[in-house]
Design a binder for this molecule. Sequence first.
Ligand SMILES: [Zn+2]
Length: 275
Amino acid sequence: MVSRFLYLIITITLITSCNLNRKDKEITKIAATVKNIEKPKLSNSIEPTKMKNLDIDYCMGRFDPKTHLDFVAIPLKYADREGMYMRADAYASFEKMYSEAAKEGIKFQIRSAARNFNYQKGIWERKWTGATKLSDGTDVSKDISEPVNKALKILEYSSMPGTSRHHWGTDIDLNAFNNEYFEKGEGKKLYDWLVKNGSTYGFCQPYTQKGPQRPDGYNEEKWHWSYQPISQEITEYAEQNMKNEMITDFLGAETAVEIDVVNKYILGINHGCRH
Ligand SMILES: [Zn+2]
């Protein structure tokens, strides 16, 4: 009786281990197949997410980031002042990037984040009326008379209301608003780190050096970084849905059609931020 029982136990154990072996083999086979599947387009594990509630009002910044459910307030630890907002998904990735960079002695500081239509209208109109001079000292209201030229001068570094990537909550300006800062010392270290590692966290630089690769759009901005898993989708949405005629309701808006702001500026970005 006992030996029969033992025989049964041994048989069951053998069958089970055989099955396990087979399962193990299957798992190894599946793992090998998974390994061979092409990696997502982004150079990291972050894949573009399908955004909910993407419409023209969102794309053009006609909402308040303070009350929008997808946005969070940026803690002072990461910013130069309180009261800035960005998308929660972009923020979560920024936080991870911040702590990784901090291990190498690099400290990011957000200088600007989400700006809605009205905020951008304030920036644009202060420049248009000469209340604020441009960074090179130009007073657009006195130094330039022709409206299209006035707009083109402001467009070197600032967006028309309704066309800024800062509307989207995906884009941030880091540390300093001048390219020279990022060309030596601390700034260079920070910029080189971003160029090398930013994509791991989904961040890309939309306004790279202008030239054959990027003939149109804003001048180079080494401080402006974009959370591509979301902004790529909004860029595609803008390409399909934005028309120059929609760009209205601020001083100088009548120049948008002639300048072709949608194609030259909204879409005039580094191709690396689109693929
Ligand atoms: Zn910016």
